[in-house]
Design a protein around this ligand. Structure first.
Ligand SMILES: NC(=O)c1ccc[n+]([C@@H]2O[C@H](COP(=O)([O-])OP(=O)(O)OC[C@H]3O[C@@H](n4cnc5c(N)ncnc54)[C@H](OP(=O)(O)O)[C@@H]3O)[C@@H](O)[C@H]2O)c1
Length: 350
């Protein structure tokens, strides 16, 4: 089968003493053996897969425990071709989306220490075939195409937990979603609008804010590159009950300043790194909650798909390309110009 495989670049040392350089990696489409499902697993013939920023962090070598030779990819949709156990045969021929959370464990509040995400260390969805535990198979929402369904798993799960479980977003919640061009951010905004929240956003691109107003139903927003953007936002929207962020960096204190008394700051990433300062006085005086969030448990994955089906939500796709062009898909994600999920499809030819 064809698969996108990660390799460490071998650079010959030019000095006698070893230096502590960051390893670099490359990805290439190669022939790989078709996997066989082990006990409790299913073999899925992939129809579509989607990129996440995680794949790009791994490709850049900026991720923990990178494994040479791994097949990347956490998101995918396909058709079950084979199962290891007779009891699971009812899945054969079913169109499914894959839950990329592997081994969350029994505690719904937090994942097990052995928890992992499909696509590192276990081989992932950027291949014509992928094996996952049967419990990670979920029926594809019927109103979505395979490309749309493939765009859901990692980003929509992360957004669902951030918005519902931690953000406690509901009717009338005043919510700010930062960086609306992001894959998770667009789902967070979409879910919150469907829950009746009053949603505002930031972006580094005015055109993305305009698109988010038209297609996601957000009320307004500001460009985080503009001067005094937080003052403009405060004047336009007032204080927020909840903020959902993945940038952090030097904007954390500014964001905290936009929260109302008892507000919630939920973050699931730190694209811009650690905050240089932290206004702890504002946090205790306003009784704010700073809540980290990662992915979601298995019940949340099912609830997220049910919610999408009930509300007939469709993910925004930036682009859909044949799998053979996945290199261009990585470059598009790296440039940050995308708005919505970047999807690749499999033709299974040759
Ligand atoms: N913990 C988890 O489970 C989890 C899950 C998914 C993602 N993540 C992390 O969350 C981050 C986003 O992931 P993603 O897949 O959604 O990435 P993505 O689709 O590549 O989006 C990244 C977005 O970040 C926004 N951004 C950049 N600088 C910003 C700033 N100063 N303020 C606000 N927004 C800014 C940009 O929005 P604009 O284009 O609108 O400017 C950009 O589109 C990554 O760091 C990723 O590793 C974590």
């Amino acid at each position: 089968m064809k698969a996108l495989i990660l390799h460490e670049n071998i650079t010959p040392s030019t000095t006698a003493t070893p230096t502590k350089e960051r390893k670099t990696y490359r990805v290439s489409i190669e022939d790989a053996p078709k996997p066989a499902p082990q006990a409790g697993e299913a073999l899925v013939r992939m129809t579509a897969a989607a990129l996440n920023h995680r794949d790009e962090w791994i490709r850049k070598g900026q991720y923990a425990r990178i494994r040479e030779g791994v097949i990347l990819g956490s998101d995918g949709c396909g058709v079950v071709e084979k199962v290891a156990s007779e009891a699971d045969e009812h899945w054969i021929g079913e169109e499914v989306v894959l839950n990329p959370s592997l081994g969350w464990g029994a505690n719904p509040r937090v994942q097990d220490r052995n928890y992992s995400i499909l696509g590192l260390p276990q081989n992932g969805t950027f291949a014509e075939y992928c094996t996952v535990p049967v419990q990670n198979l979920f029926a594809k929402p019927p109103h979505l195409s395979a490309a749309e369904a493939a765009a859901l798993p990692l980003a929509a799960l992360t957004a669902y937990r951030a918005v519902r479980t931690h953000g406690e977003v509901g009717e009338g919640t005043r919510l700010l979603v930062t960086g609306i061009g992001g894959g998770v951010a667009q789902f967070a905004a979409q879910f919150a609008v469907a829950l009746g929240a009053s949603v505002y956003a930031t972006s580094g691109d005015d055109a993305k804010l305009q698109t988010a107003k038209e297609r996601l139903g957000i009320k307004g927003g500001v460009n985080y590159r503009s001067e005094d953007w937080h003052k403009t936002l405060l004047a336009e929207a007032g204080e927020f009950d909840c903020i959902i962020d993945s940038a952090v960096g030097d904007s954390l204190d500014t964001l905290i300043g936009l929260l109302t008394m008892g507000g919630r700051y939920v973050f699931y990433g730190a694209t811009n790194g650690r905050p240089p300062t932290l206004n702890v006085q504002t946090i205790f005086w306003k009784q704010l909650r700073l809540q980290g969030s990662t992915m979601g448990n298995d019940a949340e994955f099912g609830a997220m798909l049910d919610f999408i089906t009930e509300k007939r939500l469709c993910p925004m796709l930036d682009s859909v390309r044949p799998f053979e062009e996945i290199g261009a898909a990585f470059e598009a994600m790296s440039s940050g110009a995308q708005f919505g999920k970047i999807v690749v499809t499999f033709s299974h030819e040759g």
